[in-house]
Design a protein around this ligand. Sequence first.
Ligand code: GAL
Length: 691
Amino acid sequence: MRNMEKLEFKKIFPGVWRAGVDFQYPGYNYGGLLERAGVKPFQEGFDKQAETPFPFAEAPRAKQAGGKILFMFPFGGQERLYGLGLVYERLEQTLQVRHLRCDHYGGKDNGRTHVPAPFYVSDAGYGVFIDSASVISFYMGGSVRKDAKNPPPEKNRGRDADWQSAQRSEYVEVSLDGGRADVYIFGGASMADVVSRFNLLSGGGCLPPKWGLGMWQRVNIKYSAEEVKQDAAEFAKRGVPLSVIGLEPGWQSNSYPCTHEWDAERFPDPKEFLREMSGMGVRINLWENLYVSKSAKIYEKLKPYSGTHTVWGGVAPDLCLPEARNLMMDQHRRDHVAYGVSGYKIDECDGFDSWLWPDHAEFPSGVAGVEMRQVYAALFARALDGLYRSTNRRTYGLIRAANAGMSSFPYCIYNDCYDFRQYMTGLASTGFTGALWCPEIRGVKSAEEYVRRFQIGCVSPMLMINSWAERVTPWSFPEVENIIRDVIKLRELLLPYLYTAFADYRFGGLPPFRALCMDFSGASATSQAGVLDSTDNPYALGKMAEIVDQYMAGRSLMVAPVFTGNTRRDVFLPEGEWYDFYSGEALGGGKTISIDCPLEKLPLFVRGGEKGGVIPTMVDGTVSVLCYGEKGSGSFYDDDGLTYDFESGTYYRAALSFVKKGGAVEGTVTVEHDGYRPVPFDFMPIGNGRS
Ligand code: GAL
């Protein structure tokens, strides 16, 4: 055991500091998450970041303790902590204990999650990232040491009404296996600012192709090429926009384990199928998992470059080895991407103890099974990134796992749970962690629920029906088909606004979808005292009342989805100016209002004021800038929506501002970057009689 050491932090970017520990360790040393993802910080984004002071007055420390590396980060006052990956039950992580491990969600937030990102952020204006692919334990301010300078006062449960089982300590303690790890500290004026720097460290956010933000339909597992074509034709006939069709396992000649080769009966001529779909304006996305069947053509060559254990009988490629990656990517290029396949849904890379390899599995690269599980998604997303970049075509897809360092990879997380509230918490929580969440739409019990689910998808990273097990289409409930069509059209209308939000993610790291408390400190949780019950709540644990049924999309839109069965709901309007998106009605701010929720309407609110009130929409090739309030500002980003040319400057960005005079609006467009063709603008006052 070594003595406690003060960590020596070195500034590497404005508001970002790094320190490494390297203790002598006889056991297995884990790789870093950034290294496994192969990403580089986005320097251009950091050039625009302001300097901030180092956030800790007392230096964070490290030592070897209990056979582990232990980090201690000062924690104090009333600060609130968020992050630690994808969560579904509560956003705030203060006083929680999490053992972060990549896994399928098992119904409880306990650290086993699809995105076990070891990054947390405090509302006091700092963030902490432990760059190690180990299983990391976070004790979020509740582990009190006997030599604490200011220990919480001892109480008597038999007499004191304010006795509590959870106690606040002076440190967040973090422990992990191995002898080496890098620690990053981020500063910033707000949580959004801190998280943006974390994303810039991972290369910035992803910018999906424009088609990725359209309507997605995943079809039944047993669909053939003919059935896919029929569905696409039906969309067109009914005037329902459609951008992507996703094929589920049955497109392959074998799945679970996979061949990644087309099923000759269902898809006899994949090249022609892809050509026809492209003619209909529809892209194809392929489901797959990474466990390779004996009947795959690459099996024999791949076998030596795979792990010691099989998954559903297939081999697990060692994605740390170029040989395995190249075999997989060459096959994907030849059999899919060359025909025009637009991307993948990478399933089951999250693990599940009963079918994945065990922790002691070995891979020929020397990477241990336990680490491989933490980074398997990153390794594959990285390989696909290389493949799509080599074609200069962007991709967008789904992945069932991610980790820190993956914000620049264009994938949405999903899982098999279907609870509406958990979906909203998931959506907001991914904003803290450099990931995106897809609130997919599946089989539902009523037309009302169907509409409500579509509405949350409408303002999310991906609007998608996942009909892999059932046969669900936008017209499954004829009585609401028109409403659903309008929801999809609303998403199309908002495309310029959403695309600009993604550009802010790509270039500045700002998450496009964020929990309200990330932007507004008044929107944090309040604790409710717990009610003692000898069976259900023996430690009288309190509950959190936090706002998860409202979230920010882009800089100026606030979404307040409605639960099935509700016809009214409360909406918290943070301090400032707020407007109803549809009517432009000024609603004020710093209060909670109660609103009617007719089925056909997704409650949307526009943040006004000098730095808001501007929503660029697309109407017949013209950017129609919706203007709320008396004056406001915003921005508009555009590029070809397809290629990576934007990375070398082929894009257009303009600052937009307006003032209203009487009923008219005066708009100003200030071009900031003119590397791509400009589009015509039309400034439209919303409210004042027009909507
Ligand atoms: C599940 C996945 C579903 C669907 C299914 C196909 O694991 O979450 O969305 O793709 O596999 O077998």
